[in-house]
Design a protein around this ligand. Sequence first.
Ligand SMILES: O=c1ccn([C@H]2C[C@H](O)[C@@H](COP(=O)(O)O)O2)c(=O)[nH]1
Length: 346
Amino acid sequence: MRAVFKQLLNGRGNFEVDSSKGRSTEVFGALLELKKPRARLSRSFSKAKAFSPLGEFFWYLAGSDSVEFIKHYIPNYPKLIKDEVTASGAYGPRIFGKGALEKFGGVSEWDRVIRTLREREGSRNALIQIYANSDARPKNGDKPCTCTIQFAIRNGQLLMHTHMRSNDAFFGLAHDIFTFTMLQEVAARELGFGLGRYTHSVTSLHLYHDCVATEDRPANTSTSGAEEYYREGFHDFSPMPEMPMGDPWPSIEKVKIAEQEIRSGNSEYAAPDDLDQYWKDFIELFRIHKIFEEMKNREDDLRAERPELRRVVSIMKSISPTYRMYILGRLERKQSPVRDLFGNIG
Ligand SMILES: O=c1ccn([C@H]2C[C@H](O)[C@@H](COP(=O)(O)O)O2)c(=O)[nH]1
C-alpha cells in the first residue's frame, strides 16, 4: 500500500486520466507482489479495514449476487453499481456458482480449478475468467474490474495471480487484495500445499482526485486520504493468523450459516464449539459489525446508555488480538468513551 501510494502521489511516468467516475492519477500496467499474502490487512491509524473486506469475502463464498447482502458491509454498493437488487457483475456466482459448468456435471469453476491442480501440479490452466466480453454493455453500472484469477503450484507452494483491468488504489485495492489472498489460502489448504506468494497485475491502477462525492465519501477523499496514510508513518505489516490445516470447507460452511443468521438480525449467534478460533474470530467480527449497525440506527438512545458498546467489549475479549485494532478504529470513529471501556483489556 505504501509503495502504491508513493508511486501514485509522486512517481514518474503516471498519467492523468478523465473517466466516467472522475479524474485520477494512473499507473498503467502495474505489477504488485505480496511475498506474505497473510499480511493482507491494510493497517494504519487513518485507514484500517477488516469488516467490509471480510463481508465481501463471505459474499463471494456464498456465490451471491444480492445487493441487499453486500450493502450490509459496503453501504455505498448500490450507488457504485447503480442497482438496488442484483449485482450482475458479482464475482461469487462466477467462481462458486454450480450452474457454470453444467455440461461437466454441475461443478463450479472453483471445483474445476482444484480438480485441475490435483490432476496435474504443473498446470497453467487453473484459471477462472471473471470479466466476460458480454460485460462490456451491462444493464446497470456493474462491470467486473477483475479479468482473471489464476492458481499454480510451484516448488510445493500454491501461488496465485490476479489480473484486473481497473483498480481504485484507495477504496478498491485493499478489498481486492484481501478477498483474493483469502481465496489463495483456501485453495492452498484444500489442496494441502504451502501458501506461496501472491501477484496482482492491473492495467489501470489509479487514485481519484475528484471522485464523485457520495453520502459515504466526500469528493476528494482518495488523494488526501492517501497522503495522510503515507505521511502517518504508522504501518503495521503483521500477518493474519494462519488458516487451520486440512480441508477448510466444513468450517467455511458453518461460518456462512453464522454470517447469514447475524446479518438477518441475530447478533447473539453463538459460534459452534467445535470451530477453530481462526473461524470463530470471523463470526465474532460479524457480530460486532452487526452491533455497530444496530447502534447506527439508534444513535440518539445511545447517548445516555451504551449497552451495545459493553457487548462489543465483551466479544473483543474472546477475539484474536490481531483484530482488536479494527474494532478500536470503528469505536474511535464513533467518538465513544473508548479508554474507559478498554481499561481492563490492555
Ligand atoms: O473490485 C473492484 C471493483 C471496482 N473497482 C474500481 C475501479 C474503478 O475505479 C471503478 C470502476 O470503474 P470503471 O473502471 O468501470 O470505469 O471501481 C475496484 O477497484 N475494484
